[in-house]
Structure formats: structure tokens, C-alpha cells
Write a protein that binds this ligand. Structure first.
Ligand code: ATP
Length: 450
């Protein structure tokens, strides 16, 4: 997922390329141009979260661009880059409205720290949308743990909603009015993560012309989310453990310790315990952050969430697209959504919903508007398309509930390796009822695995 969209303005092509690489490695989406005039054109066709611009360029240059931005995009943060000789200009530029300046040459750590510092916070999600019993249970547990100050480890497959849950915990904690700072440990190149987390003092690297606080300090009083903590290398894990134990941090190149009052949440989509056992993750750190574990099941394991989530996402994207009405999902569209296995979880559902909204000009989304990547298609999706031939029959069946029942039966069949006896026991129905239900499903064209 993109960490934000940047407009990079630099006339030196090789420097521009190097900056672009650094920013894109850190998962920023970037558009690059070689002069201020092109930047003004790019701003007309695209929305950006931040502008990084050189000062000395042909034409109106960085200062001219800053003036334009102040007039037409006053909320857009602008970070200026300048050579040592023109520091005075840079100070003036800050007076004119730039959020900060980078003095050339500077190291990638300095660039990423400054960018993450001024990048506007991503739109904070409201309460996670849940309807399935498993998710409702998880949410109520999260609410209870939010009230404590315990470290929470949120696990679950990619795209299942771990970050949404982390924000929910923060919003329901006593720290809600304080900052929520997230750092994706997988997105920041390994050699820059330390400086980003702990900050640095002036002179710690090339271009570190001023001290910069790290994520821990930025989260002071609030919550720090260490997203994808499993991707942190072992050496840095040891340093992180020390910070968590001592509750204080020392900036790189600094001698002063800074007391911390930060609650730490972490997420992982890998089995961290297994990683700890195999030595890929420090066991002591694992136990320190895993005080309270919470796990999102994969989306297909909580089928009752699928439709409410799809409707919520439809609403969200219809609003962004300025649609006056939010289209409804037809019965067949619902069925198609319910029988897919969603290997990409909610993020995949989000993509499918966006596609549907593009394809559907009216106010009802049909099954044909539900485009699932062919790579993600599975036997159940195939079954859904066959069953779409019988919409009238579905309506009489109370579509949504019935389709969920089908998903649950297919799911349990696969868990029990096809044993009808075990499935019936697990679902608390007689073998006869199960046979009857499966026969009905076959009649609808749903393929039942042997
Ligand atoms: N329960 C939910 N309610 C509303 N939106 C959700 C919910 N779960 C996930 N989403 C949305 O789905 C997308 C993916 O969620 P999120 O980024 O929290 O997943 P993740 O598990 O942290 O993914 P990754 O492991 O890839 O970082 C986001 O757009 C998020 O807003």
C-alpha cells in the first residue's frame, strides 16, 4: 500500500533518479518533474500529499513554486532542497511557508525522516465494520484491551484489517487524544529503519544539518504501531528490545536519553512464534510485545463480514467518486462475493468493489460488475457464476443467508477433508439434513468436492 503521493521537483536528472529510488523503496508513490513550471502542470491533474523541490532551477525555480503553492495549495507541505551556499535562502523559504529544508548532500535516512515527519496522517478509519460473530468477539476483546496499557500483537493475513484494528485500539484507549504514529518496518529500507525509529542528532549523517526526532518521540504520550515487525532484522530487534525495556531512547549520534511514554502495538502476517522458535525473531522481544495477542481470521473464515464490508467500501468509494447515490448489490452480486475465497482479504474486496463501481453506472451492481482477478478465482467462484443463471430461485431462498450457509458447508467440507460425517457433527446437523442441503446446492450448480 502507498504511504502517500509525492511530487518531486529536481533538475539534476541523476539526483532525481536517486531520490526517486529512495522514496519508492519506502513505498511512496512519486511523480517527478525537472522544473517548477512542470510541477505546476502536474498539480493541475493530480493530487499530492507533499512536494519536495529543489530551490535553484531554471525558470521560476523553487521559491517561485513555493509562492504558487502558498497561493493555490496552502495546505500542501513543501520540503525544499538546497545547496550549503544558500542556507539563508532556505531559512527565508521556511519563512515563506516551506515546512523544512534539506541541505545537499543528504543521506537517504535524512530524506525519509523528513518526509515521514511532514506527510499528512493517512485518513483515520472509523470503527472496523464487522458482523460475523468471530469479528464481533475480536472487537469486544480489542475494546477491553484498549483500556489497559498492554502491548498488543495483532496477527492475521495480509489485508485482513490489522492496521484498522490497531487504530481502533488507540481510539478506544486513554491515549486517544495523543498521536497515533505508524511505521511499516517492511517498507523502510533496513539501514534507514533505525534512524527513522530512534531519530538522530545534527551531524549523525551526511546532510543531517539539524536534529530530527524518531517515531518513538513523535508518538510521545500516544501509540506507536510497528507494522510488519517480523521484517525487522535481528540487530535492530535487540536495540528495540532495549528501548522497550528501558522506556527511553537515544537518538543516533546523541548522548542524551529521552524518557518515553509510548504504548506499542505491532502487527505481523507471519507466524511470529514459529519465527521465534526458529531463531528468525528474538524470543525475548516476542514475549515483550506479545502481552496481548489478537488475531483477525482470513475474510473467508468470517463470511458474515463480507457483505457489510462490501457495502461500507461501496459507500466510501462512491463518496470519493462524488456519486450522488450509492448503488445496491444485486442478489447475484452478493452471491458472487460470498462464494469467493478472498485470498487478498479485505484489500482484495476493496479492489473488487472499486471495479464494480466503475463498471456500474446505475444504482444496482450486477454479478457482471463483480470482476475477480482470474488468478484469484477458485472452485467456489466458478460455482457462483453457474448459479447466477438462476436469480429467480435465489430470491425465494432468502439469498444472502442461504449463500452464507453454502460457504460454511463448503468451508467445513474442506476442513474435514470431505468427511460428511465430521461436517454434520461440526455443524450440529444430522447427516441426512447435510445430504439434503448438499443436493440443493448441486441443483443450484455449486460443485461439491468429493
Ligand atoms: N473491518 C474493516 N472495516 C473497514 N475497513 C476495513 C476493515 N478491514 C480492513 N479494512 C480496509 O481494508 C484495507 C486493508 O486493511 P489494513 O491495511 O488494516 O490491512 P492489514 O492487515 O494491515 O494489511 P497488511 O498486512 O497488508 O499491512 C484498508 O483499506 C482498510 O481500510
Amino acid at each position: 500500500m502507498s504511504e502517500g503521493k509525492l511530487l518531486l521537483v529536481e533538475d539534476d536528472a541523476s539526483l532525481r533518479e536517486a531520490l526517486l529510488d529512495t522514496l519508492m523503496l519506502a513505498h511512496y508513490e512519486c511523480v517527478d518533474v525537472a522544473c517548477a513550471e512542470d510541477a505546476i502542470l502536474a498539480l493541475k491533474t493530480d493530487n499530492f500529499d507533499m512536494v519536495i523541490s529543489d530551490v535553484q532551477m531554471e525558470g521560476i525555480g523553487g521559491i517561485g513554486l513555493l509562492g504558487h503553492l502558498q497561493q493555490y495549495y496552502p495546505k500542501l507541505p513543501v520540503l525544499l532542497m538546497t545547496a550549503y551556499a544558500t542556507i539563508d535562502n532556505a531559512v527565508n523559504a521556511m519563512k515563506l511557508g516551506a515546512v523544512d529544508y534539506l541541505s545537499k548532500p543528504f543521506s537517504p535516512e535524512v530524506l525519509l525522516n523528513q518526509v515521514s515527519r511532514y506527510m499528512p496522517a493517512k485518513c483515520v478509519e472509523g470503527t472496523p465494520v464487522v458482523a460475523d460473530e468471530k469479528s464481533l468477539g475480536l472487537l469486544s476483546l480489542a475494546q477491553r484491551v484498549a483500556a489497559s496499557d498492554a502491548s498488543v500483537m495483532i496477527m492475521g493475513p495480509s489485508g485482513s484489517g490489522k492496521e484498522v484494528l490497531a487504530r481502533y485500539i488507540h481510539q478506544h484507549s486513554q491515549r486517544a487524544a495523543e498521536p497515533f504514529v505508524a511505521i511499516n518496518c517492511a517498507a523502510i529500507p533496513e539501514n534507514m529503519l533505525e534512524a527513522t525509529l530512534f531519530g538522530y542528532e545534527k551531524g549523525a549523517f551526511t546532510g543531517a544539518v539539524q536534529a530530527c526526532p524518531g517515531k518513538f518521540e513523535q508518538a510521545q504520550g500516544g501509540t506507536l504501531l510497528l507494522d510488519e515487525i517480523s521484517e525487522m532484522e535481528l540487530g535492530l530487534q535487540a536495540k528495540l528490545l532495549r528501548v522497550l525495556q528501558e522506556r527511553e531512547v537515544e537518538r543516533l549520534g546523541g548522548r542524551k536519553t529521552i524518557k518515553l511514554n509510548v504504548r506499542v502495538l505491532a502487527t505481523s502476517n507471519r507466524d511470529l512464534k514459529a519465527m521465534a522458535t526458529s531463531g528468525e525473531f528474538r524470543e525475548d522481544l516476542y514475549y515483550r510485545i506479545n502481552v496481548f495477542p489478537l488475531t483477525w481470521p482470513a475474510l473467508h473464515q468470517r463470511p458474515a463480514d463480507i457483505l457489510p464490508l462490501a457495502r461500507h467500501l461501496l459507500q466510501r468509494h462512491a463518496l470519493i467518486a462524488n456519486r450522488s447515490e450509492v448503488p445496491e448489490l444485486s442478489e447475484c452480486a452478493c452471491r458472487r462475493l460470498l462464494v469467493h475465497r478472498w485470498p487478498g482479504n479485505v484489500r482484495e474486496l476493496d479492489n473488487v468493489v472499486q471495479r464494480a463501481l466503475i463498471l456500474c453506472p446505475g444504482n444496482e451492481i450486477s454479478a457482471n460488475d463483480i470482476i475477480i482477478d482470474s488468478l484469484e478465482l477458485d472452485f467456489s467462484a466458478e460455482a457462483a457464476s453457474t448459479s447466477e443463471a438462476k436469480p429467480a430461485e435465489l430470491e425465494g431462498l432468502g439469498g444472502e443467508l442461504k449463500a452464507q450457509e453454502h460457504v460454511i458447508i463448503l468451508e467445513t467440507l474442506s476442513q474435514c477433508n470431505g468427511s460428511r460425517k465430521l461436517v454434520a457433527e461440526k455443524l450440529g446437523i444430522s447427516a441426512r439434513t447435510l445430504r439434503y442441503k448438499m443436493a440443493k446446492m448441486r441443483d443450484l450448480g455449486i460443485e461439491i468436492p468429493a
